[in-house]
Design a protein around this ligand. Sequence first.
Ligand SMILES: [Zn+2]
Ligand SMILES: [Zn+2]
Length: 140
Amino acid sequence: MSSRSVTDRLRAAGERVTAQRIQIAEALAASGRQISAQDLYAQLRRERPGIGRATVYRTLEALVSAGVARRLELDGHVSAYVACRPQHHHHLSCDRCGRVEEIGEDVIAPVAARVADDLGFQIDDARIDFYGLCASCAAG
Ligand SMILES: [Zn+2]
Ligand SMILES: [Zn+2]
């Protein structure tokens, strides 16, 4: 994820763009997996001792509203965040290693079609997150 696209996406969503917000977005993208706000804050603080907890938390919410990140639910009502591509997609979230893979609309389309046909529900949007074990954790 380039910082340029993060900037554009934040602006398009009417969110403030600051150097610190970009740094937080980049740290999230670099982690390549789901991470709680607390863990991301702890990680950032090692590199940038001046960073505030509230800034990290608020920025994560701004990234979610701009579609740059999405919130996943972990056990114990803990939220985790993952960096996202702009394209519409869904997630496979590994409970063991924290890896998050994106899956495209093609996987979900048959489910959506069935919901529309069987239940008569007109779907405007769907975001589906699957929780479990990734292929390498399941094999190990
Ligand atoms: Zn995503
Ligand atoms: Zn895994």
